[in-house]
Design a binder for this molecule. Structure first.
Ligand code: PLP
Length: 340
């Protein structure tokens, strides 16, 4: 979406945007933006929100604020790379908590108990999940939260795809609303489709982690971009319209992919996502790296091999968020037909 399209949501937005002051902004994030972000949560106040330059900065600062060398951290896997790698960079021992395709990419709570060590300090989860589109069942989510609370662990809940559930009734509570042990991560990039704003945030009632992250932010970005904060405030105030727009694109694309995979069931295994703009499917014949490489060279269609996620079981990530997906699928089919 362009800046003009976003500003068109509100009558006086263009004029207000032109008046945005370009000095340093408040380090925690503008009060007006934090007030809007709070509406995502039940019990969170503006002082519990720390705005960052994208979710990426927030993940980075969280790992350094919450953990130290020698700590053990359990991380949902496969997953967005920095959720595990920054913890490793801090010097933590990271145990992957493996999502399995045969379980619809669900996480197994018994496995979580087995992964525990005496020096375990945190659990990192991501639901709705990149890359599988898995959405945890509410009872499981609450059980993970309770487990973390009882074991005195920090629960870092990457919720950047929250509000992109295909069925809104399946939306999970935000972890930050479940207690001081939890930190929720949000961003304008995913569900709201505005990655170029580079506005992300954490929400937590854990004052110690909040303060540690706020102190570290003085060494990274100090404060956020003032124009982006204004635009993010407009976006969050109008987030329902953004959600409808983006889910409209995704749902249309899903019907095209459903058709493709039912026609090509001998070649692809399809676990339909429950939220978000991506899926993790399996190539049943051949090697996924060779397939992706040849496909992008010959047909100009880019699929991401699962090896980029340390997956060795021939999966690939499929993006569902672009309007030109039907054209890409046509090209993929032409390519497959020529292979015969
Ligand atoms: C699960 C997850 N968390 C965090 C991020 C980082 O978001 P951003 O690029 O907006 O900083 C991403 C981006 O792909 C993601 O998929």
């Amino acid at each position: 979406m362009s800046t003009a399209d976003l500003l068109a949501f509100e009558l006086d937005a263009v004029q207000k945007f032109q008046q945005v002051w370009l000095g340093y902004t408040e380090s925690q994030g503008s009060p007006a933006l934090r007030k809007e972000i709070c509406k995502l949560y039940e019990t969170i106040q503006p002082e519990d929100i720390l705005v960052h330059t994208g979710a990426g900065e927030a993940i980075y600062l969280f790992m350094y604020a919450a953990f130290k060398e020698g700590d053990h951290v359990i991380v949902h896997s496969p997953g967005y790379q920095s959720l595990a790698e920054v913890a490793r960079a801090v010097g933590c021992d990271v145990s992957p908590w493996l999502a399995r395709e045969e379980n619809g990419w669900a996480l197994d709570l018994d496995e979580l108990r087995h992964l525990m060590r005496t020096n375990t300090k945190g659990i990192v989860i991501n639901t709705p999940h990149n890359p599988t589109g898995y959405l945890m069942a509410r009872a499981d989510f609450e059980a993970v939260s309770k487990f973390a609370q009882e074991e005195k662990l920090i629960l870092f809940s990457d919720e950047v795809y929250r509000e992109s559930e295909y069925d809104p009734a399946t939306r999970l509570p935000a972890a930050c609303d479940l207690g001081e042990h939890a930190v929720s991560l949000g961003v304008t990039s995913k569900t709201y489709g505005l990655a170029g704003l580079r506005i992300g945030w954490i929400a937590t009632k854990n004052k110690k982690i909040y303060q540690n992250m706020a102190s570290l932010k003085d060494y990274t970005t100090i404060c956020n971009s003032a124009p982006s904060e204004f635009l993010a405030e407009v976006a969050m105030r109008n987030r329902k319209k953004l959600i409808d727009r983006n889910l409209g694109i995704i749902k249309l694309n899903l019907t095209v992919i459903d058709d493709l995979f039912s026609r090509r069931a001998n070649l692809f295994k399809w676990v339909r996502p429950k939220a978000g703009s991506m899926a993790f499917s399996k190539l049943l014949k051949g090697d996924i790296e060779d397939f992706c490489d040849d496909l992008v060279k010959k047909a100009g269609v880019l699929l991401l091999p699962g090896s980029m996620y340390d997956d060795s079981r021939n999966h690939f990530r499929l993006g569902l968020g672009r309007k030109n997906l039907p054209q890409a699928v046509e090209r993929l089919e032409e390519y497959l037909t020529k292979q015969k």
